[in-house]
Ligand binder design. Structure first.
Ligand code: NDP
Length: 465
């Protein structure tokens, strides 16, 4: 440990998932640790990401579930939804969780600064509100990311849009929402608002949402959006947003395809960027890439020997559990003498569309690129529960196998509980599961997941079949 020539052994900039895990662990090892957080403890995930988003997903499914229950004999009268009641409950839970993050840090002995920190040099930080400077032997950058929007020059009127930061604070439901983008956030919120009964339009520049996911998953989710009543406009972007006077909806969006849409809320879900503006990375000599991400090696170490970075700010895989694991590995390596680094392969992930996506490993396209020929097993079926409730949605399951040794390279699912199922498949993937391992696993009947272990026939593309 340092001889306390510095104020802190470790100073963490950012109180999100990765920063908090690293700070708490380092402090529990006996190190003197400080954390600066300019907004609220918990970061994107707890305050304006995964947690409130999942509550909104839950809120949006009840209406459909109540309607579907009729097929099972239930009658529900006078059903209504009150956004204020839900929002208050959601924010109370977010507050509770943020408080837990705060207390856990305090209990571990971490000194908390509720203000912004910026580099003065590689060992010195200025705390913006108090004007104090602190020095630290080691510094961890864990400042996360922020929603990105084009400039007003690029899209006049873009200032009328909200982002995923504001979407959790709508006091009333929109009358008509338009969502720009076709990634995780756009797809999830399109389903949320459609599920809450809001006329919803999604405008995506590509042909099918969720670029980067397996092609079959993309098709299933794309069609699922339309089945949920979302108007999906493809091959178009916003070209201008005009604020209208008088009666009717307050905004008119002119699209690049010549069409226009009127609405009262516009959600720009066009991606996120690392939060490094004004961080003073130059003063510390920390190298950023063209996107503003902190460049790190596999140990999350920057080009400056005493500075590390974890989580979304590094633009590796922008997921909460990844940031936590990176922060954990950093702390154990540097403060417990247990060197390890996080393996970014086979990370299970979900998109909380309705039905949801669960995926782990390579897509079919990635697998073909890496290994040439691959064996595909896939199935699409209406789950048993839907037989009586009028829900026509289908489950998609797909397993991608390397022929040489029958190793499973990827598993993809779209369907109810896909996230829960794929989490468990993620364990098997880490153990190097093969297709014969799936085959000798006994089915659990009746379940949706049993289909994963009963697929026996290789899928043959139509053109060669
Ligand atoms: P994504 O990068 O997933 O999607 C951005 C979308 O915006 C893409 O569809 C992209 O199109 C489109 N886009 C980008 N630039 C433009 C532009 N100039 N004009 C028009 N369209 C544009 O970002 P998100 O904001 O949805 O999510 C950010 C990250 O947060 C995710 O990648 C994920 O890591 C994480 N996240 C995870 C969640 C989960 O685990 N369930 C939930 C929410 C977020 P194109 O496809 O053509 O590039």
């Amino acid at each position: 440990m340092a001889e306390h020539a510095f104020d802190f052994d470790l100073f963490v900039i950012g109180g999100g998932s990765g920063g908090v895990r690293a700070a708490r662990l380092a402090a529990l090892s006996g190190a003197k640790v400080g954390v600066a957080e300019e907004y609220r403890m918990g970061g994107t995930c707890v305050i304006r990401g995964c947690v409130p988003k999942k509550f909104m997903v839950y809120a949006s499914t009840y209406g459909k579930d109540i309607r579907k229950a009729a097929g099972y004999g239930w009658t529900a009268k006078d059903v209504s939804y009150d956004h204020r009641t839900f929002s208050e409950a959601m924010h109370a839970e977010v507050d509770r969780l943020s408080g837990i993050y705060f207390r856990n840090l305090k209990n571990a002995g971490v000194e908390i600064f509720e203000e912004r920190a910026e580099f003065v040099d590689a060992h010195t930080l200025r705390l913006k509100s108090s004007g104090k400077t602190v020095t630290a032997d080691k510094i961890l950058i864990a400042v996360g990311g922020r929603p990105w929007r084009p400039t007003e020059e690029e899209i006049p009127g873009i200032e009328h849009t909200i982002t995923s930061n504001e979407v959790f604070h709508l006091e009333t439901l929109p009358k008509h929402i338009v969502i720009g983008g076709g990634g995780y956030i756009a797809v999830e919120f399109a389903h949320v608002f459609a599920g809450l009964g809001v006329p919803t339009c999604l405008v995506y520049r590509g042909e099918e949402v969720l670029r980067g996911f397996d092609a079959d998953v993309r098709t299933a989710v794309h069609e699922g959006l339309k089945d949920a009543g979302v108007r999906v406009v493809t091959g178009a972007v916003f070209s201008e947003i005009v604020k209208r006077d008088g009666e009717g909806l307050p905004y008119r969006i002119n699209l690049s395809n010549g069409d226009h849409i009127e609405c009262d809320v516009i959600l720009a879900a066009l991606g996120r960027r690392p939060n490094t503006d004004g961080l003073g990375s130059d003063a510390a000599g920390v190298k950023l890439d063209d996107n503003g991400a902190v460049v790190v090696d596999e140990w999350s170490k920057t080009n400056v020997p005493n500075i590390w970075a974890v989580g979304d700010v590094t633009d590796r895989v922008a997921l909460t559990p990844v940031a936590i694991r990176e922060g954990h590995a950093f702390a154990e390596t540097e403060f417990y003498g247990k060197p390890w680094h996080f393996d970014h392969a086979d990370i299970p992930t979900a998109v909380f569309s309705q039905p949801e996506v669960g995926t782990v490993g390579l897509t079919e396209a990635q697998a073909r690129k890496a290994y040439g020929a691959v064996d595909i097993y896939k199935t699409s079926f209406r789950p048993m529960k839907n037989m009586l409730n009028g829900d026509m949605s289908r489950v998609l399951m797909k397993i991608i196998v390397r022929p040489s040794d029958e190793k499973v390279l990827g598993v993809h699912m779209v369907g109810e509980d896909a996230a829960e199922i794929i989490q468990a498949i993620g364990i098997a993937m880490k153990m190097g599961v093969t297709k014969p391992d799936f085959d000798r696993t006994c089915a659990l009947h009746p379940s949706v997941a049993e289909e994963l272990v009963t697929m026996r026939t290789k899928w043959v593309p139509e053109e060669t079949g």
